[in-house]
Ligand binder design. Structure first.
Ligand SMILES: [Fe+2]
Length: 318
């Protein structure tokens, strides 16, 4: 089960990142994350303007398609799913999301020095909807315990690290966490409803996949295909959300992240659910296996130890 590691009064200006005490501290924090714990910041650890928060709180998103979160893609400096009326509003929303993405990335690159040169800064999101009672199909619900897996963006063994900020001025964001990834695999992996992939089937699927990938590339649609690891992670995500027994009787810890607080966690290994809360910002980082302090603790390593064969195939990735 996850523990909360509170970090207060961090002052980076006093601590050049090359100093040995800073590197030691950074490594310790990375190890806490890799052990499945949550780094918690009672107040926002970087300067994020109140006028940016006020602007976000005014975004109602009533007509947003399927009520999806607003996503900011740093590589393209572009938003998806935003429901705004004017070009000026859109530009302002992009500016605010870019500011959050850049500031959170800069801060975490300093705090978690070993990761900063290895990770890819992925999408940021603004979550303007109340999570409690949100009407979503079961696999899209955030209030059911799960580990994260992206259906259309396979990770090929890379990790998903997420940094959250509760910008709600008056209400906490309520989470639950449950079993560690190792415990999930021991309890449910290889069962009828969550089988491990078969290496024989994988060989055939890989041959077909490579042919499909080559054809798609030739006609101008490059794709990244799921590895056996990605398929298992997606199956695990669905299995947990659809498992009523686990959702109702599984072990749970309850957390409340107060207004203005922030937290960081590897959401591909920490079983989590967002039970209640409205208005949160989030930045995702994709960290390769060789960027970890303890790669043997990563979900890919845990799974490969159990099945006894390599569950990724670089020729299926981009
Ligand atoms: Fe999640």
């Amino acid at each position: 089960m996850a523990k909360k590691i509170t970090i207060e009064n961090i002052k980076f200006a006093d601590c050049p990142s090359a100093a040995s005490e800073c590197i030691d501290r950074a490594k310790k924090l990375c190890i806490e994350l890799e052990d499945g714990n949550i780094l918690f910041f009672p107040t926002c650890p970087f300067d994020f303007p109140q006028q940016d928060i006020d602007f976000l709180l005014k975004q109602k998103q009533n007509k947003a398609k399927n009520r999806k979160n607003i996503a900011y893609k740093p590589n393209h400096d572009r938003l998806t799913n935003a429901d705004v009326k004017t070009h000026e509003e859109m530009q302002r929303l992009i500016e605010v999301m870019k500011n959050f993405s850049q500031k959170s990335s800069t801060f975490l690159s300093k705090l978690l020095t070993p990761y900063g040169s290895k990770w890819v800064v992925d999408y940021a999101s603004f979550r303007p909807f109340e999570e409690k009672g949100r009407k979503l199909r079961i696999r899209a619900r955030n209030d059911l315990l799960h580990t994260d897996a992206f259906p259309s963006r396979p990770m090929h063994g890379n990790r998903i690290l997420r940094f959250f900020m509760n910008i709600n001025p008056s209400e906490g964001r309520k989470w639950m966490t449950s079993l560690s990834f190792q415990e999930l695999v021991e309890k449910y992996g290889g069962t009828e409803n969550l089988p491990f992939p078969s290496p024989i089937n994988q060989k055939m699927a890989a041959r077909l996949g490579k042919f499909f990938k080559k054809t798609a590339k030739n006609i101008g649609f490059p794709v990244s295909l799921r590895s056996p690891y990605d398929q298992f992670m997606l199956n695990l995500h669905h299995f947990l959300k659809e498992n009523e027994d686990f959702q109702s009787k599984g072990p749970k810890d309850h957390w409340e992240f107060p207004p203005g607080s922030c937290w960081a966690v590897f959401t591909d290994s920490v079983t989590h659910a967002a039970m209640q809360g409205q208005y949160a910002l989030e930045q995702t980082f994709i960290l390769p296996r060789d960027g970890l302090i303890s790669p043997e603790k990563a979900p890919i390593s845990i799974l490969e130890r159990v099945v006894g064969w390599t569950m990724t195939d670089s020729s299926l990735a981009n």
